[in-house]
Design a protein around this ligand. Sequence first.
Ligand SMILES: Cc1ncc(COP(=O)(O)O)c(C=O)c1O
Length: 388
Amino acid sequence: MTDWKTKLIHAGVHAPEGFKSLAEPVHRGSTVLFPSAGEQRESWDHYEGGYSYGTHGTQTVLELASRICELEGGYRTWIVPCGLASISLVNLALLSAGDHLLLPANVYGPSRRMAAKLLSRLGVEWSLYPPLAGEGIREYLRPNTRLVWCEAPGSVTMEVPDVPAMVRVAHEAGALVAVDNTWAAGVLFDALGHGADVTMQALSKYVGGHSDLLLGSVTASNAEIWQKLGDAHCILGLSVSPDEASLALRGLKTMAVRLDAIEARALELARWLGEQPEIERVLHPALESCPGHENWKRDFTGSSGVFSIVFREGTRKEQVHGFVDALKLFGIGYSWGGVSSLALTYDFTHSPERPVYGNRLVRLNIGLESVEDLRADLAQALLVGMGL
Ligand SMILES: Cc1ncc(COP(=O)(O)O)c(C=O)c1O
């Protein structure tokens, strides 16, 4: 081959082999080359059948999947484009027309919208259950209930469910249990060890850890669920970039120290906020004031940095908004789990299935700023907000 145009594509020289570094290599590729025509295959299962096509995962993506799976103690893990895609994958893999799906009343909003606007159109029935139902989930099960979702803890109102009790009852009735284990970063709550059949995490939060990537994971407890997830993943084309996966692999390396530091800051601030006269209740799973705290104490090995505060009754919406607007170190924005502190207001005045927090709730994400500075910021914002 002498033509330079061919050399551009089929080089005759290569870098020396043997480069080893501490960083995970980023393997890009849509096409995967087979050694021979006889070895060409179309399997999505890169573990059993070898690599076949980029959408089913490159080596970097499977490296991340293996790490998440090891941390969660699962059978195998799929990596998908975001946490919401993890929820889609679980639902579309495990539910069929005629099945019934149970969601906790405090479920992540888009998950509820998926049930209402997509799954119901596909013939899946769905309904809500009180997040602290525990064994009482029995009352909400129907003969065709196939899947029960739990959030540990629930979005925004932070109730910590009794997962083992729900697993017992759901399994007796032939339903599977899926856990959104994002708050615990897949490591502070052993959802599969407590009986869940499948877990998901928004890796966009603590695994990514820097608010600069979107990824999700779904971890199966056994081969049967893995097969169902794989069949759906392959059809849906939920592939992810190796660059995102490599950032998540990097995030994992510092997650332990980030989580420790965030936990300490969040607990200190949550306790301090609980002592402020303007605050009626602090919804932090590690504090007794949080519904389901006893489940956290029994089942979790730590806490992370997201919790909510409820202002005392009579606080006006403008005061709550004034408090958030006055914060200087807290950004106002969705998502969480990064190094920057965030605050968001929520209005539950039209949500009869939620506790009566009205529009007095603010959710905080605690980052890695100095805890003294964060406390001073919260203190000055309380003064400004209440003064309105
Ligand atoms: C509890 C929970 N689950 C899932 C998600 C979805 O994650 P993503 O933003 O990566 O789609 C979020 C996002 O905020 C969340 O809070």
